[in-house]
Design a protein around this ligand. Structure first.
Ligand code: SF4
Length: 176
């Protein structure tokens, strides 16, 4: 059987962070575990991939190369089991109430919800329609509301940044 050998190989170069801040930052930093976890969580948000209506097109374009949500550590994920953010992008019709609630309950804690667009916020153009829920917060708790019909990708990006700020605030104040 062939033998597999390993050598020291190439030494990795210093990262940009090491080059710029390395000499200035002390080797040991103290913080609370809540803030450490908060920093990790806000920098690696996994958003559940699903869309309900036209706002979903804007959400998809936010993931594409021009806006590049990856640089915020945001990964879109096809299962609720590993996702921690639900972006409700589109009109919440009444027949989708149960599936949305089920998906939310399948997500592990801690988890967050962004209501993207007027429809998800309060029914939008379908306000008081017989078939539309007047905001997804009638079904599940919402952390961030992004206004617009539809909101542009920049608005969703801003919503993500506000969510990251909220996660850090919560980690300082209530240990989540
Ligand atoms: S807010 Fe406007 S763009 Fe978004 S789902 Fe509703 S109607 Fe469509």
């Amino acid at each position: 059987m062939a033998e597999v050998n390993s050598t020291t190989g190439n030494l990795p170069g210093k990262s940009r962070f090491d080059q710029v801040l390395g000499p200035k930052v002390p080797g040991v930093i103290t913080t609370s575990k809540e803030q450490l976890f908060g920093m990790a969580r806000k920098s690696s948000l996994w958003t559940l991939s699903f869309g309900l209506a036209c706002c979903a097109i804007e959400m998809m374009s936010t993931y594409m190369s021009h806006y590049d949500l990856d640089r915020f550590g945001v990964v879109t994920w096809p299962s609720p089991r590993q996702s921690d953010v639900m972006i409700v992008a589109g009109t919440v019709v009444k027949k989708m109430e149960e599936p949305i609630r089920l998906l939310y309950e399948q997500m592990p804690d801690p988890k967050w919800v962004i209501a993207m667009g007027s429809c998800a916020t309060n029914g939008g153009p379908y306000y008081k329609s017989y078939s539309v829920v007047m905001g997804v917060d009638h079904i599940i708790p919402v952390d961030i509301y992004v206004p617009g019909c539809p909101p542009r990708p920049e608005a969703l990006l801003y919503g993500i940044v506000k969510l990251q700020e909220k996660i850090m605030q919560d980690s300082k104040s209530n240990g989540r």
